[in-house]
Design a protein around this ligand. Structure first.
Ligand SMILES: C[S@@+](CC[C@H](N)C(=O)[O-])C[C@H]1O[C@@H](n2cnc3c(N)ncnc32)[C@H](O)[C@@H]1O
Length: 266
């Protein structure tokens, strides 16, 4: 059998890049999720116990702030296939909270301890086998629980177009375009019944230009581990050139928004 549409868009060998310590280390420079995300997520919990399962938790960008919302949120189980990402998460603020549990393993097969009143997936579900993951999820969530798919980013930066050219020249997935709705596809193939959506209000995000460059290397297709040292230097110079006109005191100002789509696995 040939690769599925998911495997073509998000090749497994790129998903495996999150196993590298360098990618995990670069990850802390990604923009955080806006605070509004966590209020919306906590509001989706209607059952007891108020436990949350975070699928593909990475270094806990969703899991750590969620755990901090106790008692609105109960225990948070943060499952990720990458030991390096979980290890990075343990060292981040809130990474050792008592109600946060790191589980290293595949979402579709790792030992889990449900039932969960909410499942979350931040920029991660596209890497997972959809049928196995959503099929399993349906068995371990409470009757009122939903899966919330969360994404965020700094869109519409004035350097977007120029940066895209640099990215396409260096990306190991150059044909990738974000113009695809995973949620719509999941609903179309009968794996998810969408129940709601939310887009957060834009918030300002300010970052050192050097950290902005570093977070690009936390993207699987731009991992330093995929580049020669010379290419990584060239990439850095090209990105710096693109953002330089917009830098103020070495900093970049961006506008951050997040989108949430939630539904019931079928
Ligand atoms: C882009 S990161 C997102 C991390 C985090 N959720 C966030 O929002 O910052 C994707 C994560 O999914 C994880 N992942 C990929 N396939 C997985 C699987 N089958 N089971 C569990 N985690 C997986 C990767 O290791 C990686 O840490």
């Amino acid at each position: 059998m040939g690769p599925t549409a998911r495997e073509q868009r998000w090749p497994a060998q790129l998903g495996a890049m999150f196993q590298h310590a360098g990618v995990a280390a670069a990850y802390r420079h990604r923009a955080p999720y806006p605070a509004e995300v966590f209020d919306v997520l906590a509001g989706l919990i209607v059952d007891e116990p108020r436990h949350v399962l975070d699928l593909g938790a990475g270094e806990g960008a969703l899991a750590r702030p969620l755990a901090a919302l106790a008692p609105r949120v109960g225990r948070v189980d943060a499952v990720d296939i990458s030991a390096a990402m979980a290890e990075a998460g343990r060292r981040r603020p809130g990474g050792t909270r008592q109600n946060l549990r790191w589980i290293v393993g595949a979402a579709e097969s790792a030992p889990l301890d449900g039932p969960y009143a909410l499942a979350t997936a931040g920029a991660s579900l596209h890497w997972m086998p959809w049928e196995a993951t959503l099929g399993r999820l349906g068995q371990i969530i409470t009757p009122g629980a939903v899966l919330a798919i969360v994404d965020h980013g700094c869109d519409d930066t004035p350097w977007d177009d120029a940066l895209r050219e640099v990215i396409v020249a260096h990306s190991r997935n150059p044909g990738y375009s974000a113009a695809f709705s995973m949620e719509a596809e999941l609903e179309r193939v009968g794996l998810l019944e969408i129940r709601g959506r939310h887009r957060t209000a834009p918030v300002t995000f300010r970052q050192r230009a050097e950290d902005y460059l570093e977070q690009l290397h936390s993207t699987s297709s731009l991992a330093r581990e995929l580049m020669t040292a010379a290419e990584a230097v060239a990439f850095g110079q090209e990105v710096r050139e693109v953002v330089r006109p917009f830098m103020r005191d070495g900093m970049l100002d961006m506008t951050l928004t997040a989108s949430l789509v939630w539904g019931r696995p079928r």
